[in-house]
Design a protein around this ligand. Structure first.
Ligand SMILES: [Zn+2]
Length: 494
C-alpha cells in the first residue's frame, strides 16, 4: 500500500502566497491521512527555477538567476516548515539529478521520433511562460494574463503532442485522471478541438537546461518542470524508489495549469511508455472582492499575517474547511474570524474545556474506570467511515463536516446528560464516553490540524503517539488516566 502525492513546483519569481499555501496544505493533509491509514507515503514538492521570467526577475534585483533561485526556494522551505508540511522530498529543478533526467528524457523522445526539428513562428508570453495564440491581429496581448507577448520565429524542437490526441481523449473519458468531475468536459473539449505539436526548446533563453542536441538550445521550462514528478522519485537513476512509488496517486494543481497537467503531462507519459497518474485534481482559486488574488491586482492575502494573528492550525483549518475543494472561494478576514470563533473556539475548544473541567472537579483529575456508552462508540465508527470515504475522494471540506458531526454530537450529549448536576445519573459513563469521543475526534482531525491534535491529546493525559494511526481509535482506555496540564489554544477574536 503506497501513496504518491505531488504539488506543482512553485516558480521562484515570487514568495509563497495564498495559492501556493492552499495546494501545499491540502497535499499535506492527504499525505498525513494516508500515513495514518498505514500507507507508505511519498509526498513531493519543490521549486521551479528556470526560464526567462526568473532570469528577468533576477536581473531586476541585481542578482544571478541562481542566487535568486537559492534565496526564494529557501523562503518556500521556511514557509512549509512553519505550516508543518510533512513533505518527503523538496526538489529543485536546478539540481544536477533533475537536469540529467530532463536531458535523458529529451534524448529518449528524440530517438523514439516523438521530437522533431521545425520552425516555430508564433507568440510567447514570458509572464505565463507559455506559447499563446493572440486574439486580435496586430494586438500582441496574452489572452490569459493580458500582458504584451513576444513574437518568435526560430528553429525549435517540437514534441508530437498531436500524435496522442486519441489516446488522451480516451484517457480522459475512461479514467479518473481529471478531477473534479465537472472539469472533465472542459479538458475533453480542448483536446477535441485538435492538439498542435508543442515547441519545447528556446533559442535565445539562457537560463535553463541545455538541450542534448548539436545546437545548444534551452529546454522549455514547462517540459523541464513537469518532469520533476519523475526525477523526484528516481526515474532513470534510482529504480527501486521509482518502481515502488510510480505512478502518482494524487497530483494537486490549481485550475490555471490544467492544460499542462491534463494534456501535455499525460502525453509525455504516453511517449515514455509509463503508467498514468490516477488522479490529477484541479482546485479553485481564492478570490478577494470577486477577483482572483494576484500580485498584479494588489489584493494579495499574506499567509504570514494569518499565521501570526490566529496560528498555524487555524489557518490550515480555514483553507480546507471554508470552501469545497475544487471551487473558488472568497477569502476575507471576516469569514476567517467567523469560522475561527465558531468552530475552533466555541465548538472544539469548549468541548475540550468542559470535558477536562468535569474530570478535574468531579473526579479529582482522574478519568473514572468505567465503559464507554455504546452509542458513542457506534457514532464514532460511523463518522470514521464517512470521513474516510470523503478523504479518498479529496472532498476535504466535506470530510471536516463529517468530523464536525461528532463535535456537535458530543457537545449535545454533554448538555443532555449534564453530568455536572448533583443528581445526574451515570455521570461516570458520560464523562468516559465524551473523553472517548473527544480522543477519536482528535485522531480524525490530525491531518488537518496536527499540532492542535497533539496538544489537546496531551492535555487529556494521553501520549502523542497514541494518535499516530487510525487503527488506534477503536481502543477503549481501561484504567484511570490522569489528565494533563491545560492551556488555552484558541482565544476568542473580536
Ligand atoms: Zn500571459
Amino acid at each position: 500500500m503506497k501513496f504518491y502525492i505531488t504539488t506543482p513546483l512553485y516558480y521562484v519569481n515570487a514568495e509563497p502566497h495564498i495559492g501556493h499555501t492552499y495546494t501545499t496544505v491540502a497535499a499535506d493533509c492527504l499525505a498525513r491521512f494516508y500515513r495514518m491509514k498505514g500507507y507508505d507515503v511519498f509526498f513531493l514538492t519543490g521549486t521551479d527555477e528556470h526560464g526567462q521570467k526568473i532570469y528577468e526577475s533576477a536581473k531586476k534585483e541585481g542578482l544571478d538567476p541562481g542566487e535568486l533561485a537559492d534565496k526564494v526556494s529557501e523562503v518556500f522551505k521556511n514557509m512549509w516548515k512553519k505550516l508543518n508540511i510533512s513533505y518527503d522530498r523538496f526538489i529543485r529543478t536546478t539540481e544536477e539529478k533533475h537536469k540529467e533526467v530532463v536531458k535523458n528524457v529529451f534524448k529518449k523522445l528524440l530517438e523514439n521520433g516523438d521530437l522533431y526539428k521545425g520552425e516555430y513562428k508564433g507568440f510567447y508570453c514570458v509572464y505565463c511562460e507559455s506559447y499563446v495564440n493572440i486574439e486580435k491581429e496586430g494586438e500582441n496581448i496574452c489572452p490569459d494574463c493580458k500582458r504584451p507577448v513576444k513574437e518568435i520565429s526560430e528553429t525549435s524542437y517540437f514534441f508530437r503532442l498531436s500524435k496522442y490526441q486519441r489516446q488522451l481523449e480516451n484517457l480522459v473519458e475512461t479514467t479518473e485522471i481529471v478531477k473534479p468531475e465537472f472539469r472533465k468536459n472542459e479538458v475533453l473539449n480542448f483536446i477535441k478541438k485538435g492538439l498542435t505539436d508543442l515547441s519545447i526548446t528556446r533559442k535565445n533563453v539562457v537560463w535553463g537546461i541545455e538541450s542534448p542536441t548539436e545546437e545548444k538550445y534551452t529546454i522549455y521550462v514547462w517540459f523541464d518542470a513537469l518532469l520533476n514528478y519523475l526525477s523526484g522519485i528516481g526515474y532513470l537513476y534510482n529504480n527501486e524508489l521509482f518502481e515502488k512509488y510510480w505512478s502518482p496517486d494524487v497530483q494537486l494543481i490549481g485550475k490555471d495549469i490544467m492544460r499542462f497537467h491534463h494534456i501535455i503531462w499525460p502525453a509525455l507519459l504516453f511517449a515514455l511508455g509509463l503508467p498514468q497518474p490516477k488522479i490529477i485534481f484541479a482546485h479553485g482559486w481564492w478570490i478577494s472582492g470577486k477577483e482572483k488574488i494576484s500580485k498584479s491586482k494588489g489584493n494579495i492575502i499574506d499567509p504570514k499575517y494569518y499565521i501570526e494573528e490566529y496560528g498555524v492550525d487555524p489557518f490550515r483549518f480555514f483553507l480546507l474547511r471554508e470552501i469545497p475543494f475544487g471551487l473558488d472561494g472568497e477569502f476575507s478576514e471576516e469569514n476567517f474570524k467567523k469560522r475561527y470563533n465558531s468552530d475552533l473556539v466555541n465548538d472544539l475548544g469548549n468541548l475540550l474545556n468542559r470535558t477536562l473541567n468535569l474530570i478535574d472537579k468531579k473526579f479529582n483529575g482522574f478519568l473514572p474506570d468505567v465503559k464507554s456508552d455504546e452509542n458513542i462508540i457506534n457514532f464514532c465508527e460511523n463518522v470514521y467511515e464517512n470521513y474516510s470515504e470523503r478523504m479518498k475522494k479529496i472532498l476535504l471540506s466535506d470530510a471536516i463536516e463529517e468530523i464536525w458531526k461528532l463535535v456537535i454530537y458530543l457537545n449535545k450529549y454533554l448538555d443532555e446528560k449534564s453530568p455536572w448536576r448533583e443528581n445526574s445519573v451515570k455521570a461516570e459513563e458520560t464523562i468516559v464516553s465524551t473523553f472517548y469521543g473527544l480522543r477519536n475526534l482528535l485522531i480524525f482531525l490530525k491531518p488537518f490540524i496536527p499540532e492542535t491534535s497533539e496538544k489537546m491529546i496531551e492535555m487529556m493525559g494521553l501520549e502523542k503517539k497514541e494518535i499516530d494511526k487510525f487503527e488506534n481509535f477503536r481502543i477503549i482506555y481501561p484504567g484511570r488516566i490522569k489528565i494533563g496540564k491545560r492551556e488555552i489554544l484558541f482565544y476568542r477574536k473580536k
